[in-house]
Design a protein around this ligand. Structure first.
Ligand SMILES: Cc1ncc(COP(=O)(O)O)c(C=O)c1O
Length: 384
C-alpha cells in the first residue's frame, strides 16, 4: 500500500539519527523551560531580545484584542487590512528607513511571495549555498533558473553573473545565516547587484532587532544605501518576539508585491492582536541597546569559555553560536547528555546542514543570565 512505504522511511530516519523529536513546553518562551516535567535552561529559541513573553507586549496584545477583536476576517486586499496593520507597516518603514513595508504572516510566506513576484521563467536567481530552506523553496516556486554559489564567495558569484544571459537577475541571501550565525558580505553583494543590474533580496530573519543602530538590522549594520534594487525581508517572530514578517523597499517594489506576491494576496491577514503587540515590540527594540549590550557580553562569554575545546566554534559574532560536533550520532549523544543535565541545546543535522557538520546550535538571548551561560560552558567543556 502506498502509505506503508512511509513506515519504512520513518524507520530509516530513526536509524540514521535523523528523526526529530517535538517537545511540548509547559512554560512560556524564555530561558527557563519545562518539558515533560523536567526543568531546563533553554538555548533553543530565536527570542534574541527576550521579548516573547515581555509584559509590555502581553499588555499591548490584550489591549489590541479588546479594541480590535482577534481575527482580521479576510485577506488584506479584500477587507482584512485593519488600522493596526497599516500603522505597523508605517512604523516598520520608518524604522528600517525604506519608503514602504508590507506585512506577511510568516517569514516563510514572505520569501515564497517576494521571490516569485520578482522573477520567473527565463530569469535567474543567484543564491548562497547556505540559504535558508524558505529561500530555496522560493526559488523553486519562481520557476527561474537556480544558480548557487559557494557560501559567501563573491568571486564565484561574479563569475556566475558575468556568464549569465538571463533576462532578469536576482541575488538572494540570508543576512545572518541561520545555522552558521555568520554575516553575508552584503556590501560586496550590493556592488555586484549594481554592476550586473540585479535585484538584491536580503533575508534578515536573524539580524532584525539585533544588529545595526537601535536594532534596525543588517543593512544598517553595514550602513548600506537603501537603493531601489534592494528588497529587505525581516521576520517578526524572532527578536521581535511575536510572529509574522515584512518586506520593505522602494514604494514601487512594495506596490508590486502588494499586487503580485501570492502569499500576501491569497491568505487571511494576520490577527490584529499580533500587529498591536508588534507595535509595542518595535518601541522596545528601538530602546533596546541595554538588551543588545548584554547579549553581546553573553556571546563573548560563550566564545571565550569554549575556546580551545576539540569542537570547532564557527566564526559567528551573532546570537547564533554553532558548535560543530561532526557526526549525527555524536551530536545526539552530546545533546542528550546536556539535556539530562538540564541544558537544552538543539542538535542540528543534515539535511538542515551539510553532511558531517552536525552541530549544537546554541542560541543566546538577552534574557539569559551570565550564570546560565557559565553553566552551559562548564558542561560543554566537561563533555568535550
Ligand atoms: C533565514 C530565515 N528566513 C526565514 C525564516 C522563516 O521565518 P518564519 O519563522 O517567520 O516563517 C527563518 C526561520 O524560521 C530563517 O531562519
Amino acid at each position: 500500500m502506498i502509505w506503508e512505504e512511509l513506515r519504512g522511511e520513518l524507520d530509516a530516519l530513526q536509524l540514521a539519527s535523523l528523526k526529530r523529536i517535538r517537545r511540548t513546553l509547559e512554560l512560556p518562551c524564555g530561558p527557563q523551560a519545562r518539558a515533560d516535567g523536567q526543568s531546563l535552561i533553554s538555548f533553543c529559541s530565536n527570542d534574541y531580545l527576550g521579548l516573547a513573553n515581555d509584559p509590555g507586549l502581553v499588555e499591548a496584545a490584550c489591549a489590541g484584542a479588546r479594541a480590535w477583536g482577534v481575527g482580521s476576517g479576510a485577506s488584506h486586499l479584500v477587507s482584512g487590512h485593519l488600522l493596526p496593520h497599516a500603522q505597523l507597516e508605517q512604523k516598520l518603514a520608518e524604522f528600517t528607513g525604506f519608503a514602504r513595508a508590507l506585512l506577511f504572516s510568516t517569514g516563510y510566506m514572505a520569501n515564497l511571495g517576494i521571490v516569485p513576484a520578482l522573477v520567473g521563467r527565463g530569469d535567474a536567481v543567484f543564491a548562497d549555498r547556505l540559504n535558508h530552506a524558505s529561500l530555496i523553496d522560493a526559488v523553486q516556486l519562481s520557476r527561474s533558473d537556480s544558480q548557487r554559489y559557494a557560501h559567501g564567495d563573491l568571486a564565484a558569484l561574479e563569475r556566475l553573473l558575468a556568464a549569465s544571459t538571463a533576462r532578469r537577475k536576482l541575488i538572494l541571501t540570508d543576512a545572518v545565516f541561520s545555522m552558521d550565525g555568520d554575516l553575508a558580505p552584503l556590501p560586496g553583494l550590493l556592488e555586484l547587484a549594481e554592476r550586473f543590474d540585479a535585484w538584491l533580496v536580503v533575508d534578515d530573519a536573524h539580524g532584525f532587532g539585533v544588529l545595526g543602530r537601535q536594532g534596525r538590522g543588517s543593512l544598517d549594520h553595514y550602513r548600506l544605501p537603501l537603493v531601489p534594487r534592494l528588497v529587505y525581508m525581516g521576520t517578526l517572530g524572532k527578536a521581535a518576539g511575536a510572529a509574522g514578517a515584512f518586506g520593505a523597499g522602494d514604494a514601487t517594489v512594495i506596490e508590486w508585491l502588494e499586487q503580485r506576491a501570492r502569499t500576501y494576496v491569497f491568505t487571511t491577514a494576520a490577527s490584529p492582536v499580533i500587529a498591536c503587540a508588534l507595535a509595542a515590540s518595535l518601541d522596545l527594540i528601538a530602546a533596546g541597546d541595554a538588551r543588545r549590550d548584554h547579549l553581546r557580553q553573553l556571546i563573548a562569554q560563550l566564545r571565550d569559555g569554549l575556546a580551545g575545546t576539540r569542537w570547532r566554534l564557527l566564526p559567528s559574532s551573532t546570537a547564533i553560536q554553532p558548535v560543530i560536533v561532526g557526526e549525527n550520532h555524536e551530536v545526539l549523544r552530546v545533546a542528550g547528555e546536556l539535556y539530562r543535565r538540564g541544558l537544552w541545546v538543539p542538535a542540528i543535522r543534515p539535511p538542515t546542514v551539510p553532511r558531517g557538520s552536525a552541530r549544537l546550535r546554541v542560541s543566546l538571548s538577552a534574557a539569559h543570565s551570565a550564570a546560565q551561560v557559565a553553566e552551559l560552558v562548564d558542561a560543554l567543556r566537561e563533555l568535550a
